[in-house]
Design a protein. Structure first.
Length: 553
């Protein structure tokens, strides 16, 4: 299938038509290893690797690891695992900006020799103050006119560890009156006497992201440096550094980052959620991280399809959560086997069913795929149904079980409620006593009578006790502002569920549709042999669309 065109592909098509880059297309995915990847990164991964594939080009995986304070090998390994899970392979093209530190240092020295960079003694606060505002020009540093020789000596002393952290920085000499404040003599190097997870104690100075990124692109021969929209204001600096050094100059192209409703995709804010224990970790199924989505039960195919469906734009917008949910819902509707599970059980005793009789009834595994066949489900005198499927005094449009009313049990029989048993102290309903019609086996009445509701159930004697975790949005607001918007009901744990016995053998990560409830996956972390714990992936229907429709009315 031909890829859907977008403005980035149009730029590349034009470049190829004009013979730029000798007909090469070379992209890269450049994560900073300071956190776990999230659904927003998936969009960039699919875009960069997808473009390289469709143009028969190359795509590098490069770790932009120039900040030893926040980066470590745990994040590197998680990023590689997520990219592999998503279905992409760098094919040996795995690089690290830290491998270029020596070369970057040489480039910095070259800028100093050209009198395009200088060592500055101003503190961080003083640099900020000297930079001015959007309406007031900045003021030049008193150290701006040091000679090239003096700056080279000072830069070498910085590298040799002769100054304390923050005592000096290397800055580009550009224009303190530039309308783009990032061009007002930005910092290129800072002193940080911190061990790097990859280079150890070799370096005492580290390049800034802006200096590292463009030159790493250049060193690797990247042709199209595809970034998210917030890097638009960084592009003049990207271009300035490469032009001043006279090296290979990739084209930076910006696209709108993914913003997903009822969640946050800022790495800093996600880190805060983990640090403050608002979630159980980076792989918490409520998190928008790829590890969280994977643990919840999302498939790589659904993530790729989602990224393809939202397209590539030049302007930021918020994508409704339902678009992501629809991607996995559409896939699992075709692939997930059906099972019955009672999450909030209410006991039913069929008084006219033989005491010791047990049946095995045929149940369809997936009506969307007849090749998946059928399975046997046990049926006996005592069953569990959903507590919400019974009301003692039902309103007019409640069609499920009630005193004196008849309903269908899925794949089984018609039953009729004859008696309600309550706890004498609390008044809570503990049991329903019903009768069944043996002639309705399979769920249809030979006399043609109809019922208005079909209930799912499990046999009490054969059911597997289990735990089910129901998830809602992590935040109550579509565009959350802070911790005050956290949803206190984002996870509800039900520990007294009863499941169809075949679910006892569910393997970690295996997905099912629990009839009338939604799609669920056996948790990959907390499940144990013979006792899986199930995470709800998504509801059967688009509940957000229904809510939005009600609001419009």
């Amino acid at each position: 299938m031909k890829p859907i065109t977008n403005f980035i592909r149009e730029i590349i098509d034009k470049d190829l038509a004009e013979g730029k880059n000798s007909g090469r297309v070379h992209t890269r995915f450049p994560p900073e290893p300071n956190g776990y990847l999230h659904i927003g990164h998936a969009k960039s991964i699919c875009l960069n690797f997808g473009i390289a594939k469709s143009y028969k080009g190359l795509c590098n995986l490069r770790f932009d690891d120039s900040n030893p304070e926040t980066e470590n090998m745990e994040y590197v390994n998680s990023i590689k695992e997520d990219i592999k899970w998503l279905g992409f392979d760098p094919k040996g093209r795995e690089y690290y900006a830290s491998d270029y530190f020596e070369k970057l240092s040489e480039y910095a020295a070259l800028l100093i020799k050209k009198e395009k960079a200088y060592v500055c003694d101003l503190s961080v606060d003083e640099i900020s103050k000297y930079r001015g505002t959007v309406t007031v020009h900045g003021k030049e540093s008193p150290y701006r006119n040091r000679t090239a020789g003096e700056n080279l000596e000072l830069f070498q002393a910085m590298k040799d560890g002769k100054f304390a952290d923050g005592a000096k920085v290397l800055r580009a000499k550009i224009d303190m009156a530039n309308s783009n404040m990032l061009m007002r003599d930005p910092v290129l190097y800072r002193i940080k006497k911190i061990a790097h997870y990859k280079t150890g104690d070799k370096w005492r100075v580290y390049p800034t992201y802006d200096f590292t990124h463009c030159l790493s692109d250049s060193i690797e021969g990247i042709t199209h440096s595809i970034c998210t929209l917030e890097f638009d204001v960084h592009r003049p600096l990207y271009d300035w550094i490469l032009d001043e050094l006279g090296v290979h100059h990739p084209q930076q192209i910006e696209f709108a980052r993914l913003n997903l409703g009822h969640t946050v995709l800022s790495k800093r804010r996600l880190f805060e959620l983990v640090e403050k224990k608002a979630v159980f970790g980076w792989d918490d199924p409520r998190m928008p991280t790829l590890s969280g989505l994977r643990r919840r039960g999302y498939t790589p195919e659904s993530i790729r399809n989602f990224c393809g469906s939202i397209g590539v734009a030049k302007f930021n917008s918020i994508i409704d959560l339902v678009v992501l949910e629809n991607a996995i819902r559409k896939e699992l509707n075709k692939t997930a086997p059906r099972r019955m599970a009672v999450l909030k059980p209410l006991k039913v005793v069929i008084t006219n069913y033989p005491d010791h009789k047990k049946e095995e009834l045929a149940a369809i595994n997936n009506p969307e795929d007849p090749s998946m066949g059928t399975r046997k489900v046990p049926f006996s005198k005592e069953l569990y149904i959903e507590r919400d499927d019974f009301m003692e005094d039902p309103p007019k449009k409640f069609y499920r079980l009630a005193p004196g009313r008849e309903v269908r049990l899925r794949y089984a029989y018609f039953i009729k409620c004859e008696e309600v048993i309550k706890n004498k102290k609390t008044g809570e309903i503990e049991e329903l006593r019903c009768t069944y019609d043996p002639a309705t086996k399979g769920g249809n009445a030979p006399d043609g009578r109809k019922v208005k509701a079909t209930l799912h159930w499990v046999s009490a004697s054969e059911a597997q006790a289990g735990e089910v975790r129901l998830y809602d949005t992590l935040f109550t607001k579509r565009d959350p502002e802070g911790a005050s918007d956290l949803n206190p009901n984002s996870m509800i744990v039900l520990k007294s569920c009863f499941l169809e016995p075949v679910l006892k053998g569910a393997k970690p990560g295996e997905r099912f549709q629990f009839e009338r409830h939604g799609y669920f996956s056996a948790d990959t972390k907390d499940s144990s042999p013979g006792r899986p714990i199930f995470n709800k992936i998504v509801s059967l229907k688009d509940i957000w669309g229904k809510i939005a429709g009600k609001k419009k009315k």
